[in-house]
Design a binder for this molecule. Structure first.
Ligand SMILES: [Zn+2]
Length: 387
């Protein structure tokens, strides 16, 4: 409650209260009761498109400054992609891939793409969360292969410190910045491919992958459609350094939360998938109505959807994936008819590959010699630190 009082105090005593506060908003920063009241206060800050867009601009600036994104040297091109082990599967292709995010740092992942060679495809960024669905798991493989069979080039990439991203630890101080930068580079790599249609770019992930999805979508208009799964919450800010370890929600003159960050997607199509057993349990009553009001300013109410699964838990399970298939089919102009269907989509055409088949680096294919090694080496290269 102390935090709520401090939030209200800003209207009474000006900015000095904020300057004394710690700027990080971590985990369950507010209770559900507090978040409900705070969201009403946020809603009172805008009443038309102009006042919302002013607020949206401040929130976007807060993200960029809070994670020090502006400090990363401007890098264009030079992805130096390493693509290995291209396999033609049942209606999709899977490849192992690494791209250089900046000289000496590699984003590792898999590229799933359609089999036919025909012009340009939609592209989808697929970050994963802290849940069991790391890049090698069946969840990720089903989803990416299905989207590829539907007609998209899908890049499933590691969170920093997970799977093959062994150059740094996940719990490093600038994980939020590094992951966002990596996502931006994955986006730019996809846009650089001759088989990708820049007007049809989607992004989806669950949990921490949901955080990556709404953060990049908020600051980069090149993401055209977004589906953050089981993560957008009025009271919960993400508990990991890669979600809330840098002050992107609060500064000396502003305060926001992940509901408003997700709303920066407007008027681009946005799907919120929520469940009954985590911090998204209130979505139909709290988070979704707020975001709907933002979309209404653009006369785009039909472009934001909430699918709430009250009997489900915190994952990217079958019902969540198939909800996404229909949403991306519609908004990215895919062909869901290519997925076998009998009272529900059938994903059993997907061959689940073992991790060793999905790794781009190994004994016979080592990481390039210029690879930076360790948190300190990466932070020193970027000349970025946090207090
Ligand atoms: Zn994390």
């Amino acid at each position: 409650m102390k935090k709520l009082i401090s939030l209200i105090a800003i209207t009474l005593f000006g900015l000095t209260v904020w300057a004394q506060d710690n700027m990080l908003c971590v985990g369950s920063y507010w209770t559900e009761d507090e978040a409900n009241i705070v969201l009403k206060k946020f809603a009172s800050e805008w009443n038309d498109l102009e006042s919302w867009e002013q607020r949206a601009l401040r929130i976007k600036k807060g993200i960029i400054e809070g994670m020090q994104l502006y400090k990363i040297p401007q890098i264009t091109g030079n992805f130096n992609p390493i693509i290995r082990n291209t396999r033609v599967m049942d209606g999709y292709i899977v490849e192992n891939i690494a791209i250089e995010s900046f000289p000496g740092f590699f984003v590792t992942g898999n590229l799933y793409r359609p089999v036919e060679e025909k012009g340009k495809y939609a592209a989808i960024l697929s970050p994963h969360g802290h849940m069991k669905d790391k890049r090698y798991t069946d969840y990720i493989q089903w989803r990416c292969a299905a989207l590829a069979r539907m007609g998209a080039v899908v890049f499933a990439y590691d969170m920093v410190g997970y799977a093959e991203s062994t150059q740094v630890n996940h719990k490093m101080p600038i994980a939020l910045l590094l992951q966002t930068w990596n996502s931006k580079r994955v986006l730019e790599y996809l846009l650089s491919r001759p088989d990708v249609d820049s007007e049809r770019i989607g992004m989806t992930g669950a949990s921490g992958g949901g955080t990556q999805t709404f953060v990049l979508t908020a600051i980069d208009d090149r993401i055209k459609v977004a589906a953050p799964v089981v993560q957008v919450s009025a009271h919960f800010f993400g508990g990991c350094v890669c979600e809330s370890g840098m002050p992107i929600h609060k500064s000396t003159d502003h305060q926001t939360n992940n509901v408003e960050i997700a709303a920066l997607c407007a008027p681009r199509p946005l799907l919120l998938v929520s469940d009954g057993a985590d911090w998204t349990r209130n979505t139909p009553r709290i988070e979704y109505p707020y975001i709907q009001k933002v979309y209404a300013l653009y006369n785009a109410e039909h472009k934001v959807e909430n699918v709430h699964l009250p009997a489900e838990r915190h994952d990217y399970g079958y019902n969540k994936r198939t909800t996404l298939y229909n949403f991306f089919d519609h908004h990215l102009d895919l062909n869901a008819g290519k997925i076998p269907y009998a009272e529900g989509y059938k994903e059993d055409f997907v061959t689940i590959l073992p991790p060793e088949d999905l790794m781009v680096f190994g004994k016979d294919s080592p990481r390039p010699k210029n690879a930076l090694q360790g948190d300190d080496a990466v932070m020193a290269y970027l000349k970025i630190s946090v207090k």
